[in-house]
Write a protein of this length. Structure first.
Length: 94
């Protein structure tokens, strides 16, 4: 487990107090974001579990259009991340 670094704690001795108290609704208020377990969003889970039977053809077409727009947005974000990584790699290679 990585070390917990919290600017709000005056000393490492208070880490045990942090573990037993809540801060903003979470047990580890100072846990690094990268260390937090990643979960699928509740919205995505609800979307995939939704019953499509009661939807009309128009509603289904609108849903497909919205999902295709979201897929395009996600792909643009993925490409942006790839480009950013390539730029960073090129910077540190030279």
């Amino acid at each position: 487990m990585p070390a917990i670094i919290c600017p709000r704690l005056p000393s490492p001795d208070l880490v045990s107090a942090l573990l037993t108290t809540t801060c903003g609704g979470s047990t580890l208020c100072c846990m690094e974001i990268d260390d937090a377990p990643r979960r699928r969003s509740d919205t995505l889970a609800a979307l995939t579990a939704e019953d499509l039977d009661p939807l009309s053809q128009e509603e289904l077409a609108a849903r497909v259009a919205a999902l295709e727009a979201e897929i395009a947005r996600t792909r643009r974000r993925m490409q942006h991340a790839v480009n950013q990584r390539a730029s960073a790699d090129a910077l540190f290679r030279t």
